[in-house]
Design a protein around this ligand. Structure first.
Ligand SMILES: CC(C)(COP(=O)(O)OP(=O)(O)OC[C@H]1O[C@@H](n2cnc3c(N)ncnc32)[C@H](O)[C@@H]1OP(=O)(O)O)[C@@H](O)C(=O)NCCC(=O)NCCS
Length: 171
């Protein structure tokens, strides 16, 4: 997938160094999952495998690359995938959109540009709604959701066995 400045593609083993570099930084992981850095090549390889396994007609975890760079083109990940319900929650599966960028690529509009491409992709695939969830303190991520035109619904316990801020977008 191409945007004006970026290319989105499936990650592979050649991206291990980038994944180690990015997810070993506290400022990247502090609001993701358990907020723990990952520093080993084994963890990076597992993450790439997990991301690769999530590709489907309207789902995936794409590596984001700058188009106009030869070396170190990778800048982060953008995702579209079924979001796990918290224990005890049942219902129709919701689809999550998300974004993780390397700090050297923050402040350039790359997360919003990549995510907009996934919104367009989701719409083209016939999806009717996307959700995004963020930690209450993750203002940078909430700003991306707002730039995409998502609506802030409130906090929710529906997903990931935790409390998050919920954003939705009708497609
Ligand atoms: C969340 C995250 C992706 C946001 O990154 P970001 O760079 O702030 O977001 P965007 O890509 O939308 O960029 C917007 C910024 O780029 C600036 N910008 C510069 N050039 C731009 C351009 N051409 N187009 C649009 N925005 C541009 C905007 O002014 C804005 O800066 P500001 O926040 O200082 O006002 C980033 O903080 C991150 O990766 N955090 C760690 C992982 C994480 O928490 N992910 C979310 C989990 S829910």
């Amino acid at each position: 997938m191409l945007t004006s400045r970026l290319r989105l593609r499936a990650p592979d083993e050649g991206d291990i160094d980038f994944v180690v570099d990015m997810y070993s930084r506290y400022e990247v992981v502090r609001y993701i999952g358990r907020g723990e850095v990952q520093t080993t090549r084994e963890e990076a390889a597992e993450r790439i495998q997990r991301y690769r396994s999530q590709f489907g007609p309207s789902a995936g975890v794409w590596l984001i690359e700058e188009q106009n760079t030869d070396d170190d083109a990778a800048v982060g990940f953008a995702l579209l995938k079924p979001i796990p319900f918290s224990e005890g929650i049942e219902g129709e599966q919701d689809v999550e959109i998300g974004w993780h960028l390397h700090p050297r690529a923050w402040g350039k509009g790359y997360a919003s540009e990549a995510a907009q491409a996934l919104v367009d992709h989701a719409r083209a695939q016939g999806l009717k709604q996307l959700v995004a969830v963020t930690h209450a303190d993750n203002a940078a991520s909430q700003a991306v959701a707002a730039r995409l035109g998502m609506t802030h619904q409130d906090s929710t316990d529906r997903y990931y066995n935790t409390t998050c801020e919920l954003f939705t977008l009708d497609l």
